[in-house]
Design a protein around this ligand. Structure first.
Ligand code: 26Y
Length: 799
């Protein structure tokens, strides 16, 4: 897109006048934002139409990415970047006496996801557009996003996220593309001709699914893909009562604020089927516009299910092929398996979805029949080959439940993990039996992030320095960042790198002061742990380390460096223990930040309401990236990749993608510590871990743990006791105490390394230089190659 800043400024003023009948001078920031957004939509419209038209070619294979969560973040900055207009817009607004960043900050940040899984889905949407893959997102248009977090007296409180209050500028309602989704009732199967049955649905509850489309603009390539979000509505002809209406609109009322435990099961299952049925019906309807029948469906359509939440897709596609297209079971099954693929995101047993059969069968009777038949045929084929016990363990129906992960594996031609270790553990533990049955279906696709959002838009100072140093090739191919290595002994560059970090830290310091009233020193180490609050992620290990540090400082030890530990984390509303950890962090922060003898050396900043937009402010300012989950628990992690790209030094256990980060940067540019996944597994097998004995025999641990219960941290009377008990009485499920000394030794190394600024910058350089391989562009190309069989039109070439 070519336009001068002058022209852009003029167009902006005109747009404000046209949209709001007001001059730029008197326009509110919100009106300024909408005017800019309208301009972007206008610039983008032709490309969007052209892309849709290109995808209508009957031979063009399309990917449909189904996810119950998307976390796109704000769009305007990235759209401007992708259209090649970011600098122009910035200059134009400066000319007009405005600051572009202020206008960008007005945009709402849709919280349509909980964390990593939702953010990954959005990174893939961005990446598919960037490499020119026909990638379509399918998700839900939740009326309320993930709750807004506030702290009251140190405790998390949840406020509704009314994100649509002022409308959403990027979406287009497509009422003409609505479909009807059926729940409940009963099914009658009538023979129509030889061996074929016609399903007739009676007394169903019909829900109207209306799509809202959001453009996904490719990076300077004219490609514009579509993210389609479905909303549940009462059919226009319906004569329903108030409660029935509410039952329907409840389906897309809110996101499940939960990535750990089960609750509201029935509604959750309604959400999942609603997404899947609406999405697949619309794919089939669209497909039929350009194809006479569905026999080649799998050649032209790939449907990906992001974790098991959309796994009912296996039965829904079967239903359509059987009941609507009247195919034979074998034809339908073969097309289904060839079309579908599935990513697993967790090894936690409790997070594998299972539905009780009575609930499932009453809500989705026809779907349940189909799953029974899938299960029957599976048993019929494999019991003779593998024996009853083996098949019972992994059949889709078992223990009175529908087991969604097993249904997903059976109904997909490809199953993948999200980091090398994760895939290995899937194959050797959670899905071991399946791996024996279908080894060829398994592959690894390590997660990725989008360097456009995380470096180009969020980290202006670093982007400028990179351009000046190595040119701008890294903006299209992040592997070009490797040419930074040649500056590893260039003191001028290393100093400049430290200066950009310092500038970003000043920026974050201002934000922290604004948000918490806490004044922090940009010369301190900014140590960052930002992710959902989970026992396995071990924010508690960080906290115990801080208590130890506090006690040492109180005792007069000189630790040589100043530190600010920055936290961002939401806890699931029903996850009591996680909320106790939040209270503990806030109480400790209160204590330390108000202790004048210590707060020049140590401070804690727990920023409320962590999300994508806040991450964009924190990550560029991070010195240390805490990735300290218990080894074997974090499937991949993606904040580890973002922080690495921003030149933070990774402090990590050998878990998830941390291992691949270590392999990338080399052992000298990362600090690793702690038990390995194998060691943890061995302790669990041998049941030889005794946290109480460990703590009792260790004076440092005894001193640190006593702070939880001896009143020295005000305000944690009950949470301190609960957390203490989780470690001592209930034997520390996540091996926090076992890893404590290794963690503190690792932090000590960080302290020493940080005191040599040029060496530190060398580690930062290695992180940035090797971050390119974690671009989601490569990840989606891996999926395209090995799973979806689709080629990008603008491929990113490795080496
Ligand atoms: C079934 C329900 C309770 C549920 C809802 C959400 C279960 C899981 C989730 C979300 C899981 C999630 O976000 N997993 C994360 O996915 C990231 C992307 O692959 C990984 O980087 C991260 O390690 C993993 O925890």
């Amino acid at each position: 897109m070519q336009i001068t800043p002058d022209k852009f400024a003029q167009a902006f003023e005109d747009e404000v006048m046209r949209s709001f009948a007001t001059s730029l001078r008197s326009a509110t920031p919100d009106q300024q934002f909408v005017a800019l957004a309208n301009m972007v939509k206008r610039y983008n419209a032709k490309d969007w139409a052209a892309t849709k038209q290109a995808y209508d070619q009957p031979t063009r294979k399309q990917v449909y990415y189904f996810s119950i969560e998307f976390l796109p973040g704000r769009f305007l900055g990235d759209y401007l970047l992708n259209l090649g207009l970011l600098d122009t817009a910035r200059e134009a607004l400066t000319q007009l006496g405005l600051n572009l960043e202020d206008v960008l900050a007005v945009e709402v940040d849709p919280g349509l996801g909980n964390g990593g899984l939702g953010r990954l889905a959005s990174a893939f949407m961005d990446a598919m557009a960037a490499v020119g893959m026909a990638g379509n997102g399918n998700g839900l248009r939740y009326r309320y996003g993930l709750f807004q977090q506030d702290f009251v007296n140190g405790y998390q409180v949840e406020l509704p996220d009314d994100w649509l209050r002022n409308g959403y500028v990027w979406e287009t309602r497509k009422e003409n593309r609505a479909v009807s989704v059926k729940f409940g009732g009963w099914v009658e199967l009538q023979p129509v001709r030889q061996g074929y049955l016609q399903a007739r649905y009676h007394d169903t509850e019909d829900v109207l699914a209306v799509p809202y489309d959001v453009p996904m603009i490719g990076y300077r390539n004219g490609v514009v893909n579509t993210l389609r979000l479905w909303q549940a509505e009462v059919p226009t002809t319906s004569m329903m009562t108030g409660t029935q209406r509410e039952e329907i609109t409840d389906i897309t009322r809110g996101l499940y604020p939960d990535d750990s435990t089960e609750e509201g099961r029935r509604l959750r299952l309604r959400q999942e089927y609603f997404l899947v049925s609406a999405g697949i019906q619309s794919i089939v309807r669209n497909y039929r516009r350009t194809h006479v029948d569905l026999f080649d469906f799998a050649k032209h359509v790939a449907i990906h299910i992001n974790d098991t939440h959309p796994a009912v897709a296996v039965a829904e596609l079967m239903r359509i092929l059987l009941d609507d297209a009247h195919m034979s079971w074998q034809q339908a099954w073969s097309i289904t398996v060839q079309t579908l693929s599935y990513t697993n995101h967790t090894l936690l047993q409790e997070a594998l979805e299972k539905w009780s059969i009575p609930l499932f069968a009453s809500l989705l009777p026809r779907i349940y029949q189909i799953i029974q038949e899938i299960d029957r045929r599976f048993r019929e084929k494999y019991v003779p080959l593998r024996g009853e016990a083996f098949v019972n363990r992994i059949a889709p129906l078992g223990d009175g439940q529908v087991r969604m992960a097993y249904l997903a594996v059976l109904g997909s031609h490809a199953i993948n993990g999200v980091a090398k270790l994760h895939t290995t553990l899937l194959e050797s533990s959670v899905l071991r039996d399946w791996y024996q049955l279908f080894p060829e279906r398994f592959s690894n696709q390590t997660n990725g992030i989008t360097p456009r959002r995380w470096i180009q838009t969020a980290d202006q100072p670093l982007s400028d320095l990179l351009d000046q140093t190595i040119g701008d090739a890294w903006r299209t191919n992040p592997l070009a960042l490797r040419s930074l290595h040649q500056y590893q002994d260039d003191d001028a560059f290393l100093t400049a790198l430290n200066q950009t970090k310092h500038a970003n830290k000043q920026h974050l310091a201002a934000m922290i002061q604004h948000s918490l009233g806490l004044v922090v020193d940009p010369n301190a180490i900014f140590d960052v742990q930002i992710k959902r609050l989970h026992a396995y992620k071990r924010q508690l290990l960080n906290v115990l380390g801080l208590i130890d540090r506090y006690q040492r400082l109180k005792a007069g030890e000189d630790l040589g460096v100043k530190r600010v530990h920055i936290f961002g984390a939401k806890a699931a509303p029903g996850y009591y223990y996680a909320k106790e950890i939040i209270k503990l962090i806030n109480a400790l922060a209160d204590q330390i930040n108000h202790d004048p003898s210590i707060n020049q050396q140590l401070q804690i900043a727990f920023l409320p309401n962590y999300g994508v937009s806040m991450a964009e402010q924190i990550i560029p300012a991070a010195d240390v990236s805490e990735q300290i989950s218990l080894a074997g628990m974090e499937a991949s992690g993606t904040s580890n990749m973002k922080l690495m790209a921003a030149g933070a030094v990774t402090l990590a256990t050998l878990d998830g993608a941390n291992i691949e980060i270590r392999d990338a940067v080399g052992p000298d540019a990362i600090v690793t510590f702690g038990l390995t996944a194998d060691e943890v597994a061995a302790h669990q097998r041998q049941q030889d871990y005794d946290a109480r004995a460990l703590a009792a025999s260790d004076p440092v641990l005894t001193r640190v743990l006593s702070a939880l219960v001896d009143g020295s941290i005000p305000g944690i009377e009950s949470v301190g006791r609960d957390i203490y008990d989780s470690l001592i009485r209930y034997n520390d499920d996540y091996f926090v105490l076992a890893d404590f000394h290794a963690y503190q030794a690792a932090q000590k190394r960080i302290d020493l390394l940080y005191q040599e600024p040029l060496n530190w910058a060398r580690m930062a350089l290695a992180s940035i230089a090797e971050s390119g391989r974690f671009s989601a562009d490569f990840t989606v190309q891996g999926y395209g190659n090995q799973i979806w069989s689709v080629a990008p039109t603008h491929p990113l070439v490795k080496d």
